[in-house]
Design a protein. Structure first.
Length: 233
């Protein structure tokens, strides 16, 4: 299998990659680039990097045909840190649109906009956590919450959007741009490299400076500074 990922790859619309990282204390994070987040050169320089990331993804979703020995669930708590304005805005818009279309005719768009404005203003971590908890109970290993609660991974998403300012991480007071990675979910029981098959260890990017328990926002322009190398057995 060939790989579209190489040293010359650049982020582009329409393709989402999930890669994996370790902080200076050995904690593990799942990094979702949401089209625009960069990947470290340490990952891009791996021969056939994309099949390796596919194997890692299959493993964490428990869909692997190669590696089927999964660690025991960590049974931690669900902690939501920063979350996407863009994604949650669309969720509220879809929900109210389904309820109102056909009942209020041509005026429904204005009422939806008004409703969504106040819903977005009152978004809270409690609301997001409640939805994630329900999803975890319903589909378990196919839910984002499973990564932090049972797998012990931190989950980072890249800032999304068609244009600068469409999306931003709610709860972060500093400036951000499309592609910056923000910390979405925080585990209370941490995974380590030992939670992965040894054959996949070299696909995990390593930082000597980051601490995932403290570093909530990662500047996309510094991704190679944060992660200068991959794990070596």
């Amino acid at each position: 299998m060939t790989s579209d990922l190489n040293k010359d790859w650049t982020p582009t619309f329409g393709t989402v990659y999930t890669w994996f990282a370790m902080d200076k204390e050995g904690r593990i994070a799942v990094m979702v680039n949401n089209c625009w987040g960069d990947l470290p050169q340490s990952v891009l320089n791996i021969h056939n990097a994309e099949p390796l990331l596919d194997d890692l993804n299959d493993y964490i979703w428990e869909e692997s045909n190669k590696y089927t020995d999964y660690p025991q669930d960590k049974a931690g708590e669900l902690i939501v840190d920063l979350y996407s304005y863009w994604s949650n805005k669309d969720r509220y818009r879809k929900k109210v649109s389904i309820r109102t279309v056909g009942r209020i005719g041509r005026w429904h768009r204005y009422i939806i906009d008004f409703y969504c404005f106040f819903e977005n203003k009152t978004m809270s971590r409690r609301k997001i956590a409640k939805e994630l908890t329900a999803e975890l109970k319903r589909i378990k290993n196919y839910s984002d919450a499973n990564f932090s609660v049972n797998k012990g991974y931190f989950l980072y998403f890249a800032v999304d959007g068609y244009n600068e300012g469409d999306d931003y991480p709610v709860g972060y007071k500093g400036a951000t741009k499309i592609g910056d990675y923000y910390r979405y979910l925080v585990p209370t029981v941490y995974a380590s490299i030992e939670d992965f098959p040894q054959e996949l260890w070299h696909g995990i990017a390593v930082s000597d400076t980051l601490d995932f328990t403290k570093d909530r926002m990662l500047d996309n322009d510094k991704i190679n500074t944060y992660f200068p190398r991959n794990y070596r057995n």
